[in-house]
Ligand binder design. Structure first.
Ligand code: HEC
Length: 178
């Protein structure tokens, strides 16, 4: 009788530990072993990021952190749009101009950022930086418009902000020659 009860008790503990152990094993695998991007909080390191990071002193915002990761995602979107923003563009690696950097420099984006949220005489209303980016996804990138809060917009803003900070641009600064 005693032995049977003890066995039942252990079986009970075993069956409740099993789901917990499965969850823990899954989390560890997802995090360290799987290599699946959706399970990682790190941003993929695209070509040019290491140099850009050093040249523009992105690490002054911290070697790792939400801001730096957003800048990195913005970098990927800006320089490799057809890959990292593929949900929002029909451009592919077969196109000559397939990323924002095909038409803009990071500096120009930063100037665009500090001069955004202004009245646009051609459109007859105030246009935000986000809407400028949306218009370029839809038009020159031959794609689709992300929602205002999509990282494909937000991280480009953060990227532009980091570059503007590096160039020490004040609100409304004009590029030389303008
Ligand atoms: C084929 C060329 C081309 C591509 C690719 C392109 N743009 Fe543009 N972009 C333009 C042109 C032209 C304008 C000016 C449009 C206007 O004044 O209405 C512009 C304007 C802008 C502006 C407004 C500020 C400024 O400098 O005038 C921003 C911000 C911007 N683009 C961001 C982007 C982003 C982000 C991407 C990638 C998702 C992108 N662009 C891709 C051509 C391009």
């Amino acid at each position: 009788m005693e032995g049977a009860r003890r066995r039942a008790l252990w079986a009970g503990i075993g069956s409740s530990l099993f789901p917990a152990a499965t969850i823990i094993a899954f989390v560890i695998w997802a995090h360290y072993g799987s290599g699946i991007p959706a399970f990682r909080s790190q941003v993929s390191s695209a070509p040019g990021w290491t140099e850009f990071r050093a040249d523009y002193r992105v690490d002054s915002f911290g070697a790792d952190g939400y801001f730096t990761r957003a800048v990195q995602n913005g970098f990927n979107l800006f320089f490799h749009t057809s890959k990292y923003g593929q949900r929002f563009t029909r451009k592919t690696s077969a196109d000559d101009v397939r990323s924002c950097s095909g038409c803009h420099t990071a500096e120009a984006l930063a100037y665009g950022f500090v001069r955004s949220d202004r009245h646009d005489p051609a459109l007859g209303r105030r246009i935000s930086f986000e809407e400028r980016v949306m218009r370029c996804y839809a038009g020159p990138m031959d794609g689709f418009v992300p929602t205002f809060y999509d990282p494909a917009i937000r991280d480009l803003r953060i990227f532009a902000r980091a570059v503007a900070h590096h160039l020490q641009l004040s609100e409304g600064a004009l590029a030389k020659g303008n």
